[in-house]
Design a protein around this ligand. Structure first.
Ligand SMILES: NC(=O)c1ccc[n+]([C@@H]2O[C@H](COP(=O)([O-])OP(=O)(O)OC[C@H]3O[C@@H](n4cnc5c(N)ncnc54)[C@H](O)[C@@H]3O)[C@@H](O)[C@H]2O)c1
Ligand SMILES: OC[C@H](O)C(O)[C@@H](O)CO
Length: 395
C-alpha cells in the first residue's frame, strides 16, 4: 500500500503535468525599458504534430537584453508588445494525436525557431537560413518567457535522465556554439582562437576542446572573463589591449605559441577590433568564422584575408543535428554547462535578472517558469558567483 507522503508526491507530480489552475503569465516587452507581466491566453496545439510544454527554465541571451534596451535588432523592430526569451527547457503536458516521439511528462530542450520546411534552404538541409523562420522573441513572434509553449514535436528534444532542466535551458546557446565550431571545421590536434569569453565564446572553447582541439586560446578585454575561461575549457588566454589589431594579433601568436597563426579563429564578440585582429591571427590557409553579431558594417583587413587564402564563414543559430550533439556533449560531461549558471530567479524577478545581465554581473542567469517554485532570492545567488572585473594580462 502506498504511504500518504508517496501518494501526495504522486499527486503533485500529476498536477505538474497539466495546465489546470496554471497561469500563463508572460514577460512582455512593450517598448524599450518598458516591460510587463501579462496573463496571456493558454496556447493550443496548432497541428496534430505539436506538443504543449510547461516552461520550467529560461536563460537570458544578449539579444533579449538588446530588445529590452533598444526595441530593435537591425531590421527586426518591436512594434507590438512581444514576449521575451528563447533559451528554454520544459516539460511536455499535452501531445498532439500524430506525435509518437514524445509523451506527457518528458523533459525537453526547446529549439525556438520553426522554419517553413518547404523552401530551398530548408530542403537543402539549411533550415536555419529559412526566410520564413518564426523565431521566438524576434519580432513579430513571441518568446518563451511564458507559462506554456506550443511547439512542433520535432523541435523539442528529450533530455536524458542525467541532464537537468536547468542544463536543458543551456542547450540553446550550446547549440549556437556547436554550429559555429562545425562551421570552423575544427579537427583533432588543431589550434583555435576564440575572440570573446561571454557565454557563446566559453561554449565555443568547450566545444572546440570536445572536437579534439589541442590548443584553445580565449581572448577578451576583461581579465575576469579570461580567468573563468581558463578554469572552464581554454588552454590559454590573452587580455586584449587598446593597441592596433596587428599588435594584439602578434602578441597572441607570440605569447600563445602560435608562430604561424591559428588553424581556426572564431569571433564570439562581435567587436570590430577583435574581428580585425582575427585576420592577423589566423594561419595561412586557415579558417575564420563570424559568430558574433555587432555592428553591421566595419573596416575589415581584407588584404590579410586574401593573401593568406583564409576561408571565411558566417554562422547563424543552429541547424540539423546541432541540438542533438549539444545534448550529447552535456550528457557525456564533455561540456559542463552547469558551471555557467550563476543563479536562478523566480519569474517575477525577470526584469532584475535582465539588469544583472546588462551590468555584466552574471554569466548565465535562469528565470524559472511562472508555475515553478524557486528557493532563495536572486541577490544571494548572484553575489556568490559574481564575476570580478580587472586584473593583469595573462597567457
Ligand atoms: N551567430 C549566432 O547565431 C549568434 C547566436 C547567439 C549570439 N550571437 C552573438 O555572439 C556574441 C557573443 O554572445 P554572448 O552571449 O557570449 O555575448 P557577451 O556580450 O556576453 O560576450 C561578448 C564578450 O566579448 C568580449 N569583448 C568585447 N570586445 C572585445 C574585443 N575587442 N576583443 C575580445 N573580446 C571582446 C566582452 O568582454 C564579452 O566577454 C554576441 O555578439 C551575440 O550577439 C550570435
Ligand atoms: O541564439 C539565437 C540568437 O540569439 C538569435 O539568432 C538572435 O541573436 C537574433 O535573432
Amino acid at each position: 500500500m502506498a504511504s500518504s507522503s508517496s501518494s501526495s508526491a504522486a499527486a503533485a507530480a500529476a498536477a505538474a503535468l497539466t495546465t489546470e489552475g496554471k497561469s500563463n503569465l508572460s514577460f512582455v516587452l512593450n517598448k524599450p525599458h518598458d516591460v510587463d507581466f501579462a496573463d496571456r491566453p493558454l496556447p493550443t496545439l496548432r497541428s496534430p504534430r505539436d506538443v504543449l510544454v510547461a516552461v520550467n527554465y529560461t536563460g537570458i541571451c544578449g539579444s533579449d537584453v538588446h530588445y529590452w534596451e533598444h526595441g530593435a535588432i537591425g531590421h527586426f523592430v518591436v512594434k507590438d508588445p512581444m514576449v521575451l526569451g528563447h533559451e528554454s527547457a520544459g516539460t511536455v503536458v499535452e501531445v498532439g494525436p500524430e506525435v509518437s516521439s514524445l509523451a506527457v511528462g518528458d523533459r525537453v530542450a526547446l529549439e525556438p525557431g520553426y522554419p517553413c520546411r518547404h523552401c530551398k534552404p530548408c530542403l537543402s538541409g539549411h533550415y536555419n537560413l529559412c526566410p520564413e523562420m518564426r523565431f521566438a522573441a524576434t519580432p513579430p513572434y513571441d518568446g518563451t518567457l511564458t507559462g506554456f509553449w506550443s511547439a512542433p514535436a520535432d523541435f523539442c528534444y528529450r533530455l536524458p535522465p542525467s541532464v537537468s532542466l536547468q542544463e536543458g535551458a543551456l542547450v540553446e546557446p550550446l547549440a549556437v556554439a556547436v554550429h559555429i565550431v562545425r562551421q570552423a571545421r575544427v579537427a583533432p590536434g588543431q589550434s583555435v582562437v576564440v575572440m570573446g569569453a561571454g557565454p557563446v565564446g566559453l561554449l565555443c572553447a568547450a566545444v572546440a576542446r570536445a572536437f579534439g582541439a589541442a590548443k584553445v586560446v580565449s581572448v577578451d578585454i576583461l581579465q575576469s572573463k579570461l580567468d573563468f575561461a581558463l578554469s572552464f575549457a581554454s588552454t590559454h588566454a590573452y587580455l586584449s589591449r587598446r593597441v592596433p589589431a596587428e599588435d594584439n594579433a602578434e602578441a597572441i601568436r607570440r605569447l600563445c605559441g602560435l608562430p604561424l597563426g591559428a588553424d581556426a579563429v572564431i569571433d564570439a564578440s562581435g567587436a570590430e577590433p577583435s574581428i580585425q585582429a582575427s585576420q592577423h591571427v589566423v594561419r595561412t590557409g586557415g579558417t575564420y568564422v563570424q559568430g558574433g553579431m555587432g555592428k553591421s558594417d566595419i573596416t575589415f583587413p581584407i588584404m590579410a584575408m586574401c593573401i593568406k587564402e583564409v576561408t571565411v564563414r558566417g554562422s547563424f543559430r543552429y541547424g540539423s543535428g546541432d541540438y542533438e550533439l549539444a545534448i550529447q556533449l552535456v550528457e557525456s560531461g564533455q561540456v559542463d554547462v552547469k558551471r555557467l549558471i550563476t543563479g536562478t530567479v523566480p519569474f517575477r524577478q525577470a526584469e532584475e535578472a535582465f539588469k544583472k545581465v546588462k551590468e555584466g554581473e552574471v554569466i548565465k542567469i535562469l528565470i524559472a517558469g511562472p508555475n515553478e517554485k524557486v528557493e532563495g532570492a536572486m541577490s544571494t545567488a548572484v553575489d556568490e558567483a559574481k564575476v570580478k572585473e580587472g586584473g593583469a594580462a595573462c597567457c
